[in-house]
Write a protein that binds this ligand. Structure first.
Ligand code: ADE
Length: 261
């Protein structure tokens, strides 16, 4: 996959040289190109921002440098990238979106700063490429750079060959189809007792079925505790009697099946 990133702070992306993604880049699985927006600002000060029409605080990124950047990186006749613009006003970034992005041949990320990019840039880009405005969550960052780091990592680890163990992606919290949308439960490694805390006995039992059951119980309990709104999205038909018992004990009785028996 090819990824282009346009930012006034390309140095923000040094972490992409490290660890899993650094290795993926060196192995040719991920082709990341960083671009300084100021390359496309032609006045003496390489100005990329100006005051907002209609007044108000802060500055807005000028459309001209962005227009030229997109013309250069998504030229007519070339392979059209999907443009991804991080903004707190965007649609939520989810594991499902990361999975869809991982299937794209090209992504182009545009990092806004200040109060954002002149809205005509996205409007015009939509006439010639798919565009997503995407939010990481209900909080405000100082700019799109950290959001792009997050998205590139979430997408990059899904690319074939990037993770050592193919199974680790299927087991993720929020993985499409896997454990519905339950949070992953706790994990343990050696030593078996640490600071007088033993690991749960079941994990030493060798009973794979019982271990899977225990993991699901823990996932249900953790989801009830930390993300109760996710439980509402579970398909009641996909819950067995044991699931229902665990959820009821966690304070989330599920209606349905019990009545039928
Ligand atoms: N830029 C600033 N805040 C952001 C957020 N929450 N998500 C994505 N991009 C952002």
């Amino acid at each position: 996959m090819r990824i282009d990133i346009v930012s006034i702070f390309p140095e923000y992306f040094a972490p992409l040289e490290v660890s899993l993604l650094g290795k993926a880049r060196r192995n040719g699985l991920l082709d990341v190109h960083l671009h300084d927006l100021r390359e496309w600002a032609h006045d003496r000060h390489r100005t990329v921002d100006d005051t907002p029409y209609g007044g108000g605080p802060g500055m807005v990124m000028k459309p001209e440098p962005w227009g030229e950047a997109l013309d250069t990186l998504a030229p007519a006749g070339g392979e059209v990238p999907r443009l991804v613009v991080p903004t707190p006003s965007g649609r939520p970034f989810t594991q499902a979106l990361a999975t869809r992005y991982a299937a794209e041949p090209r992504l182009l990320f545009a990092c806004g700063r200040y109060e954002g990019i002149d809205s005509r840039v996205v409007e015009e880009a939509r006439t010639r490429m798919p565009v997503d405005e995407v939010s990481l969550g209900d909080f405000v960052l100082a700019g799109g750079e950290v959001a792009v780091l997050v998205m590139v990592e979430a997408v990059g680890r899904l690319l074939p060959g990037v993770l050592g163990n193919a199974d680790s992606v299927a087991d993720d919290s929020f993985a499409p189809g896997a454990m519905e949308s339950l949070l992953e439960g706790p994990v343990y490694t050696k030593p078996p007792v640490w600071r007088e805390r033993p690991i749960p006995d079941i994990l030493l039992s060798g009973h794979h079925g019982a271990i899977a059951r225990w993991r699901r119980d823990e996932a249900l309990r953790r989801t009830a505790r930390n993300r109760p709104e996710l439980l509402a999205r579970l398909d009641p038909d996909a819950l067995d009697a044991h699931d229902r018992k665990v959820l009821a004990e966690a304070g989330f009785p599920v209606r349905g099946e019990d009545m039928a028996h």
